[in-house]
Design a binder for this molecule. Structure first.
Ligand code: DUC
Ligand code: ZN
Ligand code: ZN
Length: 461
């Protein structure tokens, strides 16, 4: 056979096996995998000594999301997908946000406009429903689900986003009826509000207070409530960005009752702690995200959840704001009071190297788990499998070539996002993707960008 691209002599890894094999690619698809492929090829890359992994799928990424009050996200689709690509990803899934006073369809159209010809990776969109009005639940949402926007996030926190229990139930019911996947941000807004007011009254307004006003019971209670409400309407759900043992335990218990629950955790809950929010000169703002990082015991619990299969998904929750400047973390109000620091941290480029180095490199998970947690399970959860998320004949040729022995120290200068810092600055990690192939096209070769803006595509589901 004539291949467009032949990857020779690598170790090909899927969620079920690792084996020495050649991978033949034609017309953007994987067309052959065998111990030796001898066909002609337009281009041959010798990948001996390298790992040939499915391109990462990061199913939890925020790009250009309206953030209110003069605040702007640090990444648009160009910088966000470029950063994702260098981090070994070939698909990301950002959120298309309905604003409280807006409708869903115009949010979808606006977001498509932002992404058009601005992609270095493929993307699919989740929706965020912020106002489940009768019109949204009765017409707009069913129509959007029918059009392939089949995953929807809802929030139990943030004044302008949160849904109350009645709204959660009504939205869950529509998701169940129309076969959509529901993702839930579990934190109790009323409890947070109570704690914020108490902290402010005590003059406790530094970034560290962000963590103290969102303690573990705030997340545990909301996780339990979300699971219970989903159980009442018989809806399988995804609990996103789980940060601690108690919330993880709620998920295990729900599964033991027979519920179908998918669970996600993120790098910040493995390698950051609330002490990071204590930095001098307000530097702690660089680590403000929700739920907040916890402590080393909770980190260990999240690792255990990854090891024992409680967590299906490992995502970045990339939600980048610049530290300096008036539209990011140090906006005029945020520089004086933690409650105005925008919530979220960058991480789409460091997600995979962190899990590889700290997880595979330190023997906590194996390569099969790594692939499942970072690619295959995302594709399966969100309706992209087997087109995406695996290395198999017939799948898109989305492949990251990894050097498992390459050691680098994270510096923001070496990353490709639009923020001005990395929360992981100074971490030394072993194992990095060096070449990334998107639908058969070499996009990054030996750390150099070869792909062009617009090579990425919107994935309808
Ligand atoms: N939730 C997220 O999922 N991302 C960033 C901020 C938030 O609260
Ligand atoms: Zn969230
Ligand atoms: Zn998020």
């Amino acid at each position: 056979m004539q291949f467009d691209l032949l990857l020779k002599s690598g170790t090909v890894v899927t969620e079920t096996e690792s084996r020495q094999a050649d991978v033949g690619i034609k017309d953007g698809k994987i067309v052959a995998i065998d111990s030796t492929l001898d066909g002609e090829a337009t281009e041959v890359i010798d990948v001996s000594g390298r790992l040939v992994l499915p391109g990462g799928i990061d199913s939890h990424v925020h790009i250009s999301q309206p953030s209110g009050d003069g605040i702007a996200m640090a990444d648009d689709f160009e910088s966000g997908t470029r950063s994702a690509l260098f981090g070994g990803n070939t698909t990301i899934m950002p959120f298309c946000l309905q604003e409280r006073d807006g409708d869903l369809r115009s949010a979808i159209n606006w977001y498509h406009g932002l992404a058009e010809n601005q992609l270095y990776t493929d993307v699919a969109f989740h929706l965020i429903v912020a106002n489940p009005s009768p019109g949204v639940l009765g017409q707009e949402l069913p129509a959007a689900i029918k059009d392939g926007y089949t995953s929807i996030k809802v929030f139990m926190t943030y004044e302008n986003l949160r849904l109350n229990d009645a709204e959660l139930l009504a939205t869950f019911d529509v998701a169940r009826e129309h076969g959509a996947t529901m993702m839930i941000h579990c934190e109790n807004e009323d409890a947070i509000r109570f704690l914020v007011e108490r902290h402010e009254a005590n003059g406790d307004i530094r970034p560290r207070a962000h963590a103290s006003t969102r303690p573990i019971p705030v997340e545990r209670e909301a996780t339990h409530r979300a699971l219970s409400l989903a159980e009442i309407v018989d809806l399988p759900i995804v609990i996103v960005h789980v940060s601690n043992a108690a919330a993880t335990e709620e998920i295990r218990r729900a599964r033991a009752r027979g519920m179908k629950v998918t669970a996600e955790t993120c790098p910040q809950y493995l390698v950051l702690t609330e002490d990071d929010l204590d930095g001098m000169d307000w530097e702690g703002a660089k680590f403000v995200c929700s739920p907040p990082p916890r402590n080393t015991e909770e980190q260990a619990a999240c690792w255990e959840g990854l090891t024992d299969g409680t967590f299906d998904l490992f995502s970045s929750d990339h939600c980048p704001f610049r530290y300096e400047g008036t539209d990011g973390k140090m906006n005029p109000k945020g520089a004086k009071n933690f409650r105005y620091i925008p919530n979220g941290i960058p991480g789409v480029e460091t997600r995979l190297p962190i899990l590889f180095s700290e997880g595979v490199g330190k023997g906590r998970i194996n390569l099969q788990q790594f692939v499942a947690l970072t690619a295959t399970n995302h594709a399966k959860t969100y309706g992209l499998f087997p087109r995406k998320g695996t290395i198999a004949v017939g799948s898109d040729a989305d492949i990251a070539i990894w050097d498992p022995d390459l050691t680098r120290t994270v510096t923001h200068d070496g990353l490709h996002d639009g923020a001005d810092y990395s929360p992981y600055e100074g971490m030394t990690l072993t194992g990095w993707p060096t070449t990334v192939v998107l639908r058969g096209k070499v996009m990054v070769r030996d750390d150099v960008l070869e792909g062009e803006l617009g090579d990425g595509q919107y994935l309808s589901r």
